[in-house]
Design a protein around this ligand. Sequence first.
Ligand code: NAD
Length: 383
Amino acid sequence: MSAARKIGVALLGYAFMGKAHSHGFKSMPHFFYPPPAIPDLVVIYGRTEEKVKEAAINYGFRRYVTDWRKAVGDPEIEVVDNCLPNNMHVEPTVEAIEKGKHVLCEKPLARNAEEARILRDAAKRARVKTMVAFNYRFVPAVQLARNIVKSGLLGRIYHFRARYLQDWIVDPNFPLVWRLKKEEAGSGPLGDLGSHIIDLGRFIVGEFKSVMGMVKTFIEERPLPEDPSRKGRVTVDDAFEAVIELDNGAIGTLEASRFATGRKNYNNFEINGEKGSIEFNLERLNELKLYLKEWEGKAIGGWNTILVTEKTQPYIERYWPSGHIIGWEHTFINEIYHFIKAVVKDEDIAPLGATFEDGYRNNVIMDAILKSAETGRKIEVSF
Ligand SMILES: NC(=O)c1ccc[n+]([C@@H]2O[C@H](COP(=O)([O-])OP(=O)(O)OC[C@H]3O[C@@H](n4cnc5c(N)ncnc54)[C@H](O)[C@@H]3O)[C@@H](O)[C@H]2O)c1
C-alpha cells in the first residue's frame, strides 16, 4: 500500500489545547492506519518567541512564528487549527478561510453570537471544511448515548439534565487570567463549560427552543497576574444555571461552575425517556449507564453500567482489544481523524462533527441564557 499524502498543519496557540491537539495530530496516523493523510506539523504560532520555540521542539513543529498571519498565509499549510483564547477566534479564522485553508477552531466558536455569525457566514461562503472542536462528541460512550436516543430505545425523551463542574478558582487569590475577563473570554463557565453541555444536548437530544438563566459572580476582584499586589475586576460569570426547553418537548436543566468544591472536571448528563434513561460522566468516560424499564416484555429494573470498549462501539477497534480503556486525549485523536478525513475525502463535517452553524447556534443559546439572567424573563431561542 502506498504511503498516505501529507497535509500541512499550522497550529495557533501552544498552551493547554495546543498540547492536546498537537498530540492528536501526531497520534492519528498511528491509530487510524492507513490514515486519510499524514499531518505534517509545519508551523506553530505563539506571541512569546522563547516559549513558542520551546513548544515547537516539544510538539515536533518544523517552524515557529510570532505573527499568526505568517502561519495562516504559509503556502505549505492546508489546515489551520485555532487553539487561541476566544477573542482570537474570529480574525485568524476568517483570514484562514479566505486564504482557502481548512479550519478546526476551538470552542466556544466566539465570544458571542454576533461574532459567531461572522464565522458561520465566512464558512458558508467558502469551499473549505470548517469544524468547531467540541471534542466530547468523539467519546465512544457519548456516540453510543446518541445512537441509543436516536434508535428510539428510550422512547419519547422527557429530560436532558447536564452539569459541568470544576473548582479551580475557589481560592479568591487565584489570579485574574484571561478566562475571567469578558473582553477575552466572552463569558465564564457558561462559554467555557456550558458550551460543551449545550452542544451535547443538541447533539444527542435535539434543538433548543427556550431558556431561562441565572448567572453569578462570587468573587468580584482578583489579583492581576502581572502584579499580584494590585487587583482587577472579574467581568464574567463564576457559575450559571439554566432551565431549558427543547423543540421535541423535553425540558431540563444545565449548570456549570468553577466553584463546585471538590469537582475537577465533572461533565455529567442524564437523559430520561418514557422507556428508560442513560447517564454519562466524563470522569468515567469509558462507561455509559443505562436503565431500561423492561427488556423483551419483562421488567428488569436497576441501572446497568456498560463498559463501552467493545469493538462494535465507535472508534474502539482503532485502539486496543475489548476491555482496554481509552482516555481524554483520545477524544482529540478521534476528532482530528474525523476532520482530516472530511478534508481529504471531501466529506461532510456533520452530523458527527460540530459545524460552524452548530458553533453559531451554541453561541445564540448562550447569549439567550445571559439575556434571560439579565431580564429575569424566559427567552425563546431564535437562530
Ligand atoms: N475542547 C476543550 O475541551 C477545551 C478545553 C480547554 C480550552 N478550550 C478552548 O481552547 C482555546 C484555548 O484555551 P487553552 O485552555 O488552550 O488556553 P490556555 O489558558 O492554556 O492558554 C492560553 C494561551 O494563549 C496565549 N494568549 C493569550 N492571549 C493571546 C493573544 N491575544 N494572542 C495569542 N496568544 C494569546 C497565552 O499566553 C497562553 O499561552 C479557548 O478557546 C478555550 O475555550 C477547549
